[in-house]
Design a binder for this molecule. Structure first.
Ligand code: NAD
Ligand code: TYD
Length: 378
């Protein structure tokens, strides 16, 4: 089977590439990625040595390039991770988000339609090759924002509030339109917030870890009461695998693990966990940028505490709460999250402590400029 993994050099896409290689011995993967600030080939250094993986640099909006990929390879599955993915950036530049997340999605669908159809039936519907499928990786943010109670189900009306989520909802709608109008075999998955290895440090959890290690303040938007529903990235990959291979055509599947937490609690937990690791395993203190030596000759960690937290100006239109009801995927496909948050956050923090070189690599370019711009007047 040949899979086109668009956005495969980003956070979730690269985790999916690693997961597929490890679990599907026959899978051939074409990783297609524009390598924006969020894409990093270093993440796939090992995988790119594998003859089952081919990398193609390209934009999902570029018709010549998407056609070239479909004509060069016998693609059977498309899993579209490629997107502009950060809400704060979408507030600064909404048009880019529409360009990539809506028009890029439409271009991919249309290219797939050209290469996956063999003619038309008597009612003018395209005849699709056997066994092909397009899966759109989407987000719970398309459902909008919840109050204290309730969960998003697959029938919750779309009500996006940020340019990011509006653009993702636009992408979902055009996928649905291709499913209905051309009978294209499609699925849409809508997942809650992911965390884990290779997460770009503009998002909450990796940004907090990076700032602690750099001895910097931890910016919490508003009063920190906003709630996100966190899922370990590998569990998301398993859910996509289940939907891709066993999901009913044209269906939407929500993915989440009932792990809601307020942002402020997440930040406190990350501080506490890093401090505990450094108490237990002093070698990790070497990772700190701030290395003040105490009287007993060890690197001081007493400053790693809640005083690092800095409440800053809130995000415009900040969604209050997201929470997924995963009943459909659990009952139909038997998917359940396997990594608890307590376990996952510790694994994630260790991963960042052990992979500082990756963090340095991905933040060496425009990241510092971005950080200055986004946070200087908050
Ligand atoms: P990411 O920003 O880490 O990665 C996006 C990848 O897409 C990068 O490798 C980037 O280079 C690539 N890309 C961007 N524009 C492109 C273009 N025009 N053409 C080709 N490649 C392009 O994002 P992520 O967190 O890995 O998210 C992946 C997908 O999952 C997105 O569609 C996102 O909306 C969705 N999602 C993310 C989360 C989350 O918590 N991160 C949750 C639910 C859904
Ligand atoms: P983020 O990781 O950007 O994901 P999303 O906005 O897609 O949910 O943010 C998660 C939550 O953390 C969100 O409520 C905004 C908040 N947040 C902060 O408080 N400080 C920060 O520096 C960042 C990046 C996010």
């Amino acid at each position: 089977m040949t899979y086109l993994i668009t956005g495969g050099a980003g956070f979730i896409g690269s985790n999916f590439v690693k997961y597929m290689l490890a679990t599907h011995p026959d899978a051939k993967l074409i990783v297609y990625d524009a390598l924006t600030y969020a894409g990093n080939l270093g993440t796939l250094a090992e995988e790119l040595k594998n003859p089952r993986v081919t990398f193609v640099k390209g934009d999902i909006c570029d018709r010549d390039m998407t056609e070239k990929v479909f004509s060069d390879y016998e693609i059977e599955y498309v899993v579209n991770f490629a997107a502009e993915s950060h809400v704060d950036r979408s507030i600064e530049n909404p048009q880019l988000f529409l360009q990539v997340n809506v028009l890029g999605t439409q271009n991919l669908l249309d290219t797939a339609k050209k290469y996956w159809t063999t003619g038309k039936d008597e009612n003018n519907y395209p005849i699709w090759r056997e066994g092909v499928k397009y899966l759109q990786v989407s987000t719970d943010e398309v459902y909008g924002s919840l109050g204290e109670e309730g969960f998003f189900t697959e029938t919750t009306p779309l009500d996006p509030r940020s340019p990011y989520s509006a653009a993702k909802a636009g992408g979902d709608l055009i996928v649905r339109a291709y499913g209905e109008t051309y009978r294209m075999p499609v699925n849409i998955t809508r997942c809650s917030n992911n965390y884990g290895p290779y997460h770009f440090p503009e998002k909450l959890i990796p940004l907090i870890i990076r700032n602690i290690l750099a001895g910097k303040q931890l910016p919490v938007y508003g009063d920190g009461s906003n709630v996100r529903d966190w899922l370990y990235v590998e569990d998301h990959c398993k859910a996509i695998d289940a939907v891709l291979h066993r999901g009913r055509l044209d269906e939407v599947y929500n993915i989440g693990g009932h792990n809601e937490e307020k942002n402020i609690e997440i930040v406190r937990l990350v501080i506490k966990t890093i401090r505990e690791i450094m108490e237990k395993e002093p070698k990790y203190r070497e990772v700190l940028k701030k290395k003040e030596i105490t009287a007993d000759g060890t690197i001081d960690i007493s400053w790693i505490n809640d005083d690092l937290i800095s409440f800053v100006k809130d995000r415009q239109g900040h969604d209050q709460r997201y929470a997924i009801d995963p009943t459909k995927i659990s009952e139909e496909l038997g998917w359940l999250p396997e990594t608890t948050f307590d376990e996952g956050i510790v694994k994630t923090i260790y991963w960042y402590l052990d992979n500082q070189q990756w963090v340095e690599e991905v933040t060496s370019g425009d990241y510092m400029k971005y950080y200055e711009q986004m946070y200087h007047n908050r």
